[in-house]
Design a protein around this ligand. Structure first.
Ligand SMILES: [Zn+2]
Length: 110
């Protein structure tokens, strides 16, 4: 079996076989990546895979899995991002809704 050399950020160069690598080819090319568990530190390493890397890995016997990114994830969003306070308000509102729902449920059963 072909030996594939990859680099772990902690351990440096490590030797793997095709079965040790996962290759995820995305419909949006910049999001394609490959992953492996470093045989020395057991850390899961994930790295971007461009066309060159994809063809190298495939020729080394790594099976490619195709995946699609949901269209919503590619939408551009305007406006401010949600703040912690808003999230807290939302959580509290949900709790109140549960409380109201419990009261309503109780009322219907009575
Ligand atoms: Zn490592």
């Amino acid at each position: 079996m072909t030996t594939i050399k990859a680099t772990c950020p902690t351990c440096g160069e490590v030797e793997l076989t095709a079965d040790d690598l996962t290759l995820m080819v995305c419909s949006q090319a910049p999001l394609s990546y490959y992953a492996f568990r470093c045989p020395r530190c057991i850390e899961e390493i994930r790295k971007p895979a461009d066309d060159h890397i994809i063809s190298l890995l495939v020729s080394g016997g790594v099976r490619a899995t195709n995946w699609n990114i949901p269209a919503e994830a590619l939408e551009s969003h305007d406006g401010l991002s949600i703040s912690y306070d808003e999230l807290l308000d939302f959580a509290l509102a949900i709790e109140r809704t549960d409380y109201l729902a419990a009261l309503a449920d109780h009322a219907f059963r009575a």
